[in-house]
Design a protein around this ligand. Sequence first.
Ligand SMILES: Nc1ncnc2c1ncn2[C@@H]1O[C@H](COP(=O)(O)OP(=O)(O)OP(=O)(O)O)[C@@H](O)[C@H]1O
Length: 343
Amino acid sequence: MHQLDTSDASMPFPILIGDIGGTNARFAIIETADAEQVNFPNVRTADFETIDDAIRATILEKSAVKPRSAILAVAGPISDDEIPLTNCDWVVRPRTMIENLGLEDVLVVNDFEAQALAISDLAPEHRERLGNPDAHEDMVASRVVLGPGTGLGVGGLVHARGAWIPVPGEGGHVDLGPRSKRDLEIFPHVETIEGRVSAEQILSGRGIVNLYRAICAADGIAPRYSDPADITSHALAESDPVAVETISLFSTYLGRVAGDMAMIFMARGGVFLSGGISQKILGALRKPEFRAGFEDKAPHTALLSTIPTYVVTHPLAALSGLSSYARRPDTFGVSTDGRRWGR
Ligand SMILES: Nc1ncnc2c1ncn2[C@@H]1O[C@H](COP(=O)(O)OP(=O)(O)OP(=O)(O)O)[C@@H](O)[C@H]1O
């Protein structure tokens, strides 16, 4: 068997790992390959002008252990020395970090690559199975992670040549179309992006509001809520019928897109739901709609029924993925071309 050449993948310890989201940034330090990671309190990105200021104030000035390298997961494409973040004003400048923060080596990866790394080795207590408890889990088959949050992130994870290879992409922007009679009533009212209903137009925080408004418009009802959290809380409490239908349909559509991704990757290793919203609507995802949407894939219903689905319940999943990679980079095929900076 050929091994991928990942011989240059290891980074010097202690390693700072960071999951930089639009609203929150979470950091931890791993002192050695065998040491427990030390987590730092959540940093709100709005509280610091730059990521360097945040790292200096919340980590370097608080920790006796000085990181020599950093692995950062960011939302957005990594194509240059200056990496602007989606949904926040921070710009990651690895060269400046190396000059100013005492780092020797900085690697920047995509946030859903980090989520994909996490699902390679998620302990049973950090995931909850949805639906078919007998679906067989193939330990080295491909997997997929989908995360509805501010946007809809999708990452694949493929096992090849003895390593786990994360596959970042823009799967959240695939088309989502009407399927049922009820969908045909609602879809004309869904707000589009340049005329198109992409999955993210519905399967995200603002998407929940978009779907809720579309149902109201289809039924000639005045909308009462504009915050996705209000819609999910009324749905879970069953205190508002439109909110209940919104989250029921959200679950169906999430199941349908998850099933599409499962077919694309032939993800016999499982489809994992991450992102802030999945955990918040876990009660709704346990109902039949999600799994029914997932399996409704003629002519491949039988295939889909054998694929396990999970909600990731790990509170810091992306960090746990980065941690696995930092400790054992040789077991992952993470391309570092154009994404790794050194002194
Ligand atoms: N209880 C809730 N129900 C539904 N949607 C919610 C709820 N609470 C927050 N949201 C929505 O979830 C989205 C944030 O998702 P998430 O927590 O996954 O953040 P994120 O996209 O990972 O970014 P960050 O890491 O910066 O927090 C926002 O659109 C927000 O309005």
